[in-house]
Design a protein around this ligand. Structure first.
Ligand code: G3I
Length: 303
């Protein structure tokens, strides 16, 4: 096959892109999106600040646009994200009472997952809950600080009840290198969840890499998580300067792990990227394929 999505599909995988609703009307953008990708992740439109700016008042217009587009083009949707410390409205961040916050969190998850029920392949239920550095600790956030460690499993149970068919993922960055304390901490959490029957189906490795690409242990990391009985996915891939080899290495790591079900790049053209100064994507700002594109296609087994 000669597109990323079609080639990934040959091994039962998807190849997706983060999408911004505001760009769907750009013909260059949507042409590439619908030609190359068979999965999408709304880049910002499903986040709490976009969907529940005031308590109990939900806005899904922009996210619905993306989901509608995806359904029309038979693209899977990764829902991103239900519980995250960032892009969180101030009214949530200022709650100090645990009973109130627990209700607010559950209501948010239930409302959003119910709204999109039946249309979501996988939800990033909780995003970036662990701290950077060598501590292996949970990241401080209103959820962690007010509710304690249990908020993560509570979020997963709530999401399962709202949309039992969606795969439920934990998603984070800097968990690609096996020996890192953060990787180990997330691994222990997933192992614990699996052993106690907390409903978790997948782990998302964001994979925002520097020019050298993935750590050499990346394949091993994916395989070790998969061995816990979860799918693994590369969820927000971008690589500074988009070196072809680094992209190929990343794709090969996923292709070599049976339960690595797909890859999402975090944007389409360099000009669409949150790190646009680093030209980290597969298409240049004019929409032309870069060298990394060819490397990815051939790593997927295509020509
Ligand atoms: O919504 C406002 C809009 O009202 C305003 O007019 C505009 C002016 O700049 O800003 C808009 O908000 C921006 C938002 O993107 C939507 O475009 C924010 O300023 C900007 O900070 C925000 O950046 C996003 C970032 O998450 C926020 O944390 C990026 O687009 C998005 O790519 C990035 O994605 C995250 C993942 O969700 C989680 N993992 C890391 C990844 C990269 O940071």
């Amino acid at each position: 096959a000669d597109t990323l999505g079609a080639q990934a599909a040959k091994s039962g995988r998807y190849f997706g892109a983060a999408v911004a609703a505001g760009r769907l009307g750009d013909g260059t953008y949507s042409t590439i999106l619908d030609r190359e990708f068979n999965a999408v992740t709304p880049e910002n439109e499903m986040k709490w600040d976009a969907t529940e700016r005031t308590r109990g008042s939900f806005t899904f217009t922009a996210a619905d646009q993306i989901v509608g587009h995806a359904v029309a083009h038979k693209q899977r949707v990764r829902g991103h994200t239900l519980v995250w410390h960032s892009q969180l409205p101030g009214w949530v961040g200022s709650i100090t009472d645990a009973t109130t916050l627990r209700t607010v969190m559950r209501d948010h998850i239930t409302a959003e997952a119910t709204h999109f029920k039946g249309k979501i392949y996988a939800w990033d239920v909780v995003n970036e809950a662990f701290a950077d550095g060598g501590s292996g600790a949970r990241r401080a956030s209103v959820f962690q600080n007010v509710l304690g460690d249990g908020y993560i499993e509570d979020a997963f149970r709530t999401a399962r009840a709202a949309d039992p068919a969606a795969k439920l993922c934990y998603n984070d960055y800097n968990i690609e290198n096996w020996s890192d304390a953060k990787t180990q901490a997330v691994y222990r959490m997933v192992r614990d969840f699996k052993s106690r029957g907390v409903p978790i189906d997948c782990v998302g490795f964001q994979s925002h890499f520097g020019t050298s690409g993935p750590p050499s242990s990346f394949r091993n990391t994916l395989a070790n998580f998969a061995a816990l009985g979860v799918d693994v996915q590369i969820t927000e891939l971008d690589i500074a300067q988009a070196p072809a080899t680094a992209y190929a290495d990343t794709v090969k790591a996923c292709q070599s792990v049976a339960r690595c079900t797909g890859i999402t790049v975090w944007g389409i053209r360099d000009s669409d990227s949150w790190r646009s100064g680093e030209n980290p994507l597969l298409f240049d700002s004019a929409g032309n394929k870069k060298a990394a594109y060819g490397a990815v296609l051939s790593a997927l087994g295509g020509t």
